[in-house]
Design a binder for this molecule. Sequence first.
Ligand code: T4K
Length: 371
Amino acid sequence: MDTNKQITVTSPQLPDLDEFQALLKEIWESKWITNNGQFHKLLEEELCKYLKVPYISLFTNGTLPLLTALQALRITGEVITTPYSFVATTHSLWWNGIKPVFVDIEESTCGMDPNRIEAAITPRTTAIMPVHCYGKPCNTKHIQEIANKYGLKVIYDAAHAFGVEVNGEGIMNEGDISTLSFHATKVYNTIEGGAMIMHDSEMKKRVDFLKNFGFADEVTVVAPGINGKMDEVRAAYGLLNLKQVDSAIAARQRVAQIYRKELKDIPGVRYFEDIPGVRHNYSYFPIFIKAEEYGMSRDDLYFKMKARNILGRRYFYPLISNFSTYHGLPSAATENLPNATRIANEVICLPMHHELSDNDLERILDCIKNR
Ligand code: T4K
């Protein structure tokens, strides 16, 4: 067995190069390379079908739809969010002049704990921004009940949740808006890319204006928009990748099954099981290390793996609330975030992608088992 080949946390699924070249040839011939071209339109249609959603707007990455959603819904003041995410979630609030208010997460999903939300609401609160962390669905029903009670908007950062369904329903239909990332490291990628999902044609129109500088037509600017448009090359790449995303998810599911089978009797190693009724996308495979029971700390295991060229990642350590921009906020205090603080110190996301071989898995599992 190859004992030192680098094993990365993820690896992008790439379209067939010949098929991509054929589409590139069409783009070259048409000379229409961005601004709502034919592949952009087609990808929006195909993604609506795949994700089982009525409207989608493509973006050039997964951060811009977060920024634009806040503009589209005219969110101001304070927004309740999670510290346990990629930093883009909270940055989108800060860039809009909105104060993030952190609440703790549930151990069972790593998503926002709905039982903590009401205590964080103030007269300035206008919205809730949860994250379907690792693609695990948040407790959307409870979150929506609170939003309805207090008249708050809900924007789901669904960057990890491509293709996730609950009882046959696309998870993107929850809340007022959901956003996706199609970054190279995601289950479904367009190299860089992202999208916003909304529920009505008026919002779709508004968002399409906003991502094109606010232009409604050649001479009319209806809002202070931004440039968030996806180009034709990446839309064409995305169309090809969509054809193979199900096989990537199936390959990831197999990896998850092997991890669970092999890790189940190791004391101090926790992982997520599948939730009945949920179509998971296996975007990440986090394990949580209890040092006393496992006999080694999370960091010792992380660096041991690294020394063997197995590059797991500590997503999401440090917590966003510990970064210098945010750590002075009252809600960033460690006492306010006990679960998130503990879990950020326990987590390692194991390598998880469609190309992991049995040999790779053997090396990863050997490193975890023989401590
Ligand atoms: N909200 C949430 C909840 C998010 O997780 C993210 C992004 C966003 C919003 C924002 O969406 P985007 O604006 O990014 O679309 C990565 C990604 O850059 C980021 O997209 C992602 N979340 C975050 C969780 O992870 P890094 O710094 O860990 O990536 P990097 O470059 O270290 O790559 C990790 C591994 O992936 C590499 O070791 C090898 C592999 N890889 C990576 C790239 C870029 C490849 O094999 N090929 C590649 O081209 O941030």
